[in-house]
Write a protein that binds this ligand. Structure first.
Ligand code: ZN
Length: 71
């Protein structure tokens, strides 16, 4: 299932489903996408699309390195 706003794949057992009175169903991967689409009625701009696409995966910099064993 893909997000109706940003097009990203929905997380497993996650995301939101929004049902319109007309019966149309929109899926959202996050509350942000829901808010932008339903509440703020924002249309995805090229800039936003590029931002989402260009956003790199979280680097593992915060992960503490395995302590080196002293020989
Ligand atoms: Zn989304």
């Amino acid at each position: 299932m893909k997000c109706s706003y940003c097009g990203n794949e929905l997380p497993r057992n996650g995301g939101m489903m929004y049902v319109f009175r007309t019966g149309k169903i929109n899926y959202y991967c996050s509350g942000r996408c829901y808010k932008y689409d339903i509440v703020m009625h924002r249309k995805l701009k090229k800039k936003a699309k590029a931002t989402i696409a260009a956003r790199p995966a979280k680097p593992d910099a915060q992960k503490p390195e395995t302590p080196k064993q002293k020989t």
